[in-house]
Write a protein that binds this ligand. Structure first.
Ligand code: NAP
Length: 253
């Protein structure tokens, strides 16, 4: 018997920044549950490798190069999806950058612009392109972060862009209702390439683990399970919400 259900049979799901890490984990989970998945990232080789890995699991997958802050790439991602599948049921907006460890007031304007561009604006523009093709029972999940609630000093401005995504989720949920639900996940720390700079320091790693109630870091599978839930009909009466997936790390009441 399959470990997972088949909640996405007949559905088409786009996942951005999905050739490794959390995005890949989400694409894998949606695919194992029956979705046709459209994966993407900046580098063709990463796209090709990830396509092969998903195909090897029996998943129907289309791979497209898409740097999320490039307008032509975003358009091409949507165009290729429609050309192959004719519709979009699920969009997972997962891409983010964290180019700085500086204090906010020390951060260069160009870096502030990049954080806004990739972490917030690109999500909006991708959804703008996708909107005309979304099916009547569609769902969007935006990937924020535990840092949205309490930005750590080493990732303060990144955290602020992730806070913006909580508001964006609420605003888009209202705008896109009733045919499209919009929700958000706020992952705790997951030892991916993205979190490398923190995980290499064992003292920081231990401090992060100790902040959780479950005494461990998150996994890409943890994030994929929560995302798949929100994207599925199991969450049919949930919209505008953020699900914190952080092992009990303090976030909000
Ligand atoms: P990751 O393992 O470093 O993977 C990043 C993926 O994004 C790669 O496939 C990369 O491929 C692609 N990518 C990077 N920049 C891109 C861009 N501008 N446009 C398109 N694709 C891009 O990262 P991750 O940890 O899974 O992070 C994914 C999301 O989770 C991010 O939104 C991050 O903020 C969030 N998050 C992560 C953690 C954590 O602890 N890991 C915690 C909270 C939230 P290419 O190099 O080929 O582009």
């Amino acid at each position: 018997m399959d470990k997972f259900g088949k909640r996405f049979v007949g559905k088409v799901a786009i996942v951005t920044a999905s050739t490794q890490g959390i995005g890949f984990g989400i694409a894998l989970r949606l695919g194992l549950e029956g979705a046709s998945v459209v994966i993407s990232s900046r580098k063709q080789k990463n796209v090709d490798d990830a396509v092969e890995k998903l195909k090897a699991k029996g998943i129907d997958v289309l791979g497209v190069v898409c740097h999320v802050s490039n307008a032509e790439h975003r358009k091409n991602l949507i165009d290729q999806t429609i050309k192959k599948y004719g519709k979009i049921d699920v969009v997972i907006s997962n891409a983010a950058a964290n180019p700085s460890v500086e204090a906010i007031l020390e951060t260069k304007e160009s870096v502030l612009d990049k954080l806004w561009e990739i972490n917030v604006k690109a999500s909006i523009l991708l959804l703008k392109d996708a909107a005309p093709h979304l099916s009547n029972d569609s769902s969007v999940v935006i990937v924020s972060s535990i840092a949205a609630y309490q930005p750590a000093a080493s990732m303060a401005m990144y955290g602020v862009t992730k806070t913006a995504l909580l508001g964006l989720t609420k605003a888009l949920a209202a705008e896109m209702a009733p045919n499209t639900r919009v929700n958000c996940i706020a992952p705790g720390f997951v030892p991916t390439h993205f979190a490398d700079f923190l995980m290499r320091n064992t003292a920081i790693k231990k401090a992060i683990e100790e902040k959780t109630l479950l005494n461990r870091l998150g996994t890409t599978e943890d994030m994929a399970a929560a995302t798949a839930f929100l994207a599925s009909d199991d969450a049919a009466y949930i919209t505008g919400e953020t699900l914190v997936v952080a092992g009990g790390t303090p976030s909000r009441l």
